[in-house]
Design a protein around this ligand. Structure first.
Ligand code: GAL
Length: 940
């Protein structure tokens, strides 16, 4: 596969960073990441004028092919639109409001905001003449949502799903050796989930080129069977023929190990399928003494599938895969590679602090690594197909995955989504189970649920018989879905009697697809309902729900249960249960939205992980509470722990399995120290010290967690004069950056309504009431004269193009809502004449150096409110009678510069995500705040 590697091409990059080096065999296939240099503008849900008049043409794009109008037209002038790179989430850029959606975290975008629910994206690409014999297609990893895509004005299709990848063949519409316009209209006015979903092109986009005879999209399927020390690999390939070649090709399938050593190969001559048909072929290969994929040693192999036609390699397609076995046993739980493995899982949504759903690939690694550090070995993609990069991160770091489709049903909408997810994902060794639904309350307990599940399950088996199917079920574990689903997915102990269900369905394996749902706020130790803060002690959240400890004890004590998935690993935007506005993120996470641990993480580390753990909660800064009793909990896997306050022992306690220890301690400032013993020996010491006030800002980069790339996660904190982290600090920190840019800021405070991003605001203002007067000579005025008021006529009305005046003077208006002083205001002229002179409020203005049809307007000549524009021009002439002449003089663009980046610390911490410029050697981030020393960090 010939790959053009861009910085964001992580699916590609991952092979490289895992030790694979591409064979770089020359073939016709190219996969080019096209995330850079898009233009963006909001449209409007129902006001067509604000949607650039799209779909109003006499002939629409549905009546005549190629009739995409408004921004969908090839030559639409998008110069005044905002420039941006993908991935992009326009929802996260917006402020919060109580009128926003509860489930989506109260952002003022999407549902309920017609002016922030349609996003238009445009990008221009060049395709050389030499690609003429190839199939050219556009590949989208995911757009939220209901996207329509156009190419050079041709309508390609609509993709409703905000989560599935899709692809369009554009070969027939290409303008070779010239400009081609890709246009996407995303409509986020409807929600697919009850959690934050973002808005826009929030995953990667690629341009793909292949030979007409090629491996189909997601056209390989690698399965393995281990027999003694040998593994039989079946490598199925789907070949598609989009041309007229009739003959044979040689399929060469080669397996490379992690050190890129060729270890098996096979070849076969096959007849290519007929025009526009596909055909499947299977190669059998053997891998001796396979190195298995496991959570602690996630070994990956690579299959290279080549197609050779008349001695020339025409396609080369890469598939990363792993060799491993999985088994669910109704008595003994889950087995990976023949060994029992309790699933220590978390559920997660796909958004992160500061950046919403537009995660750079590096952040996928950061998040999976954080979960691994907590001792977790499994991840449930709740409740939709994830971005492909998440699965690569799980493959590479060793995290098992339940891959879940969005909606249950048996029609094309549902089954096609399921099929696309499975075909895209079925080579990932991390995936051990398909989930075809979650908490479908309407059907869970009835015959419809039973029928739908049976159909979806059988359908899933027809695509991948190697993995079982589950559904997360919440309302009673007796009838309906639960009676037919292969692996019972229990959502919460409190929702039914798991033991009773198991006694009735002894052959059915089960796992806790959701458990916990506890409410905690990082760094908070006293619940304050007025402030919407929940204390971080692991408590029963609601009468019928259970604490993390109660949940884990239940699952770990029952071997027949494969394990449990906590709701959730990370806090996420939306669902701020048990509160509402002004809380904007959930409270369920073991970590906050940034990935900063809440204290529950240390409970899990103790019993899920394999390292000695000793952690004391809370912190020891309780000025004003002297003499008052404080609950002190210790999370640890030591046999015994002794607690000391200022060297005085508060007693030694025995730790019970899967438990924690508690003391009541009267507060005195100083040192609260814990000593952990194993087999009677001191193994760990941990201290919470009362700190002084904040003196310095400390910045640290999360180096080891971030895979090689340009994006870094920086922790911001303040320390006292002894360098101790101040756990109560809430300072507001201002940031400045050189050599890169800031992508987002967060702090894990569920009630923070601060900006996630500080970006320039761009608005567009139309020129209205355009009038004209005829000129008598072709020479344009250098100054405006007095034009008789009565002579102004509506511009271009009844224009006789065969009999035009030598020149015209046009007059229009535009409104500036705010004072022009603080803004950069430009006029983007669209040609309504050959020679042109432009006057703003009577002053002649000159075009800019970079664009002869752009006028950057000096604020001195502008005013708040109504402004006038005069354009003197010699007329455009029609060449053919049917030529459609432009009558739109252009648009006014107003850019309001962003305020400097800042964020308050929340209980001692904030997070900032930065991206190094591609050509910069290093990026320098500085952080300053009132009354503390500035901090600086250099990231190379
Ligand atoms: C579950 C649901 C999750 C989430 C959670 C919040 O019922 O499956 O998606 O909404 O409740 O408690």
């Amino acid at each position: 596969m010939r790959i053009t590697i861009f910085k964001r091409a992580f699916a590609v990059f991952i092979f490289l960073s895992s030790g694979f080096v591409f064979a770089q065999s020359k073939s016709d296939r190219e996969l080019i990441l096209i995330d850079k240099d898009w233009r963006f503008s909001f449209g409007h849900l129902y006001d067509t004028d604000k949607d650039f008049g799209h779909a109003t043409g006499y002939f629409s794009y549905l009546t005549k092919t190629g009739f995409g109008d408004g921004p969908a037209a090839k030559d639409f002038d998008d110069r005044a639109w905002r420039k941006l790179d993908l991935p992009h989430d326009w929802a996260v850029e917006q402020p919060f409001s109580e009128s926003g959606s509860f489930s989506h975290g109260f952002k003022t975008a999407g549902k309920g905001f017609p002016e922030k629910s349609i996003g238009w994206y445009r990008k221009k690409i060049n395709i050389p003449e030499t690609d003429k014999s190839k199939i050219i297609s556009l590949k989208f990893d995911g757009v939220f949502r209901n996207s329509k895509v156009f190419f050079n004005g041709y309508y390609l299709g609509t993709e409703e799903s905000g989560y599935n990848g899709f692809e369009y063949d554009v070969t027939a519409y290409v303008n070779y050796n010239g400009e081609n316009a890709i246009v996407v209209r995303a409509d986020a006015s409807m929600e697919e989930g009850w959690f934050y979903e973002g808005a826009g092109i929030y995953r990667h986009v690629y341009l793909q080129k292949t030979n007409p005879v090629h491996v189909a999209t997601n056209g390989t399927y690698v399965t393995s069977e281990i027999k003694d020390n040998n593994t039989e690999i079946k490598a199925e390939v789907t070949i598609e023929n989009k041309g007229n070649y009739k003959g044979s090709v040689e399929i060469i399938q080669t397996i490379f190990d992690a050190s890129n050593k060729k270890i098996a190969t096979s070849s076969e001559n096959v007849a290519v399928p007929e025009f526009y048909k596909t055909a499947n072929f299977t190669s059998n290969l053997k891998v001796k003494n396979p190195v298995l994929w496991d959570i602690d040693a996630p070994n990956l192999y690579r299959l290279e599938t080549q197609l050779k036609q008349n001695g020339k390699i025409i396609d080369s397609y890469e598939t990363s895969f792993g060799i491993r076995t999985i088994k669910f046993d109704a008595e003994k739980g889950f087995f990976l590679n023949g060994k029992p493995l309790k699933l220590k899982g978390t559920n997660n949504h796909q958004d992160h602090a500061g950046i919403g759903t537009a995660l750079p690939d590096e952040l996928q690694y950061y998040r999976i690594q954080k979960l691994k550090e907590m001792g977790s070995n499994a991840y449930r993609c709740s409740h939709h197909p994830p971005t492909p990069e998440l699965l690569y991160a799980c493959d590479k770091l060793g995290m098992l995955v339940i891959d879940e489709t969005r909606l249950m049903g048996i029609n094309d909408y549902h089954l096609n989504d399921l099929e696309r997810m499975m075909k895209r994902d079925r080579n990932h060794p991390s995936i051990f189970c398909w989930s075809v639904g979650n908490e479908e309350w309407n059907i869970e307990g009835n015959i419809v649920g039973e029928r739908i599940t049976t159909t979806m399950q059988d359908f899933a088996k027809s695509i991948d018989p190697t993995r079982p199917v589950t559904v997360g079920i919440s309302s009673g574990f007796k009838s309906g879905i639960s009676s037919v689903v292969e692996i019972m997915g229990y959502n919460y102990l409190g929702n039914g009697d798991i033991d009773a269900h198991r006694n009735e369905f002894k052959q059915q394996p089960g796992m806790g697809t959701e458990e916990g749902s506890t409410f905690t706020t990082r760094g908070i130790y006293f619940t304050d309902d007025a402030k919407h803060y929940k204390s971080a002690y692991d408590q029963k959240p609601r009468p019928t729900f259970y604490s993390i400890e109660e949940g884990w004890k239940f699952y770990t004590e029952r071997p027949y249960l494969a394990g449990m998935f906590i709701w959730t690993g990370f806090d996420y935007r939306g669902e701020p249960t048990p509160y509402g506005w002004p809380s904007v993120t959930s409270y369920f996470g073991m970590m906050d939205v940034c990935g900063f641990p809440k204290d529950n993480v240390f409970y899990l580390k103790s019993w899920w992980g394999n390292q000695p753990v000793l952690h004391i909660m809370p912190h020891w800064n309780w000025s004003g509470m002297e003499g008052k009793e404080i609950d002190v909990w210790v999370q640890s896997n030591c046999d015994e722990v002794e607690l000391f306050l200022n060297k005085k022992s508060l007693g030694k306690k025995k730790m019970e399995l899967n438990s924690h220890l508690e003391w009541k301690v009267k507060y005195t400032p100083g040192n609260l120290e814990a000593i952990g013993y194993k087999n009677g020996k001191k193994v760990l010491t941990e201290t919470q010290k009362t700190t002084g006030k904040a003196e310095n800002i400390k910045l640290t980069v999360d180096k080891e967690n971030v895979a090689k790339g340009n994006v870094s996660v920086i922790t911001v904190e303040v320390t006292d004069n002894n360098g101790l982290h101040v756990p109560t600090a809430n300072d507001e920190i201002a940031f400045s950056i050189k050599g890169g840019k800031i992508l987002g800021v967060g702090n894990g405070d569920p009630t923070s309504l601060e900006n996630d991003q500080f970006i320039d605001a761009l608005s567009l203002v139309n020129i209205t009431d355009l009038k004209e007067q005829k000129g008598t000579i072709a020479t344009l005025p250098q100054q405006l004269s007095n034009y008789a008021e009565n002579d102004w006529k509506t511009a271009f009305k009844d224009r006789d193009y065969k009999n035009q005046a030598p020149s015209y003077i046009y007059k229009g208006e535009f409104e500036l809502k705010d004072s022009p002083n603080a803004n950069i205001i430009s006029f983007f002229y669209k040609k309504i004449g050959v020679e042109t002179a432009v006057f703003i409020n009577g002053n002649k203005v000159e075009p800019s150096v970079e664009d002869a049809q752009k006028y950057i307007l000096n604020s001195v000549i502008l005013k708040q409110g109504k402004n006038t524009i005069h354009i003197a021009a010699t007329p455009l002439q029609k060449v053919k009678d049917w030529d459609v002449m432009n009558t739109d003089p252009g648009i006014i663009q107003i850019i309001t510069s962003a305020k400097p980046w800042k964020r308050q610390l929340f209980n001692g911490y904030a997070q900032i995500i930065i991206q190094k410029d591609e050509n910069a050697k290093e990026v320098v981030l500085s952080a300053s705040a009132k009354g503390v020393k500035t901090g600086t960090i250099v990231v190379k």
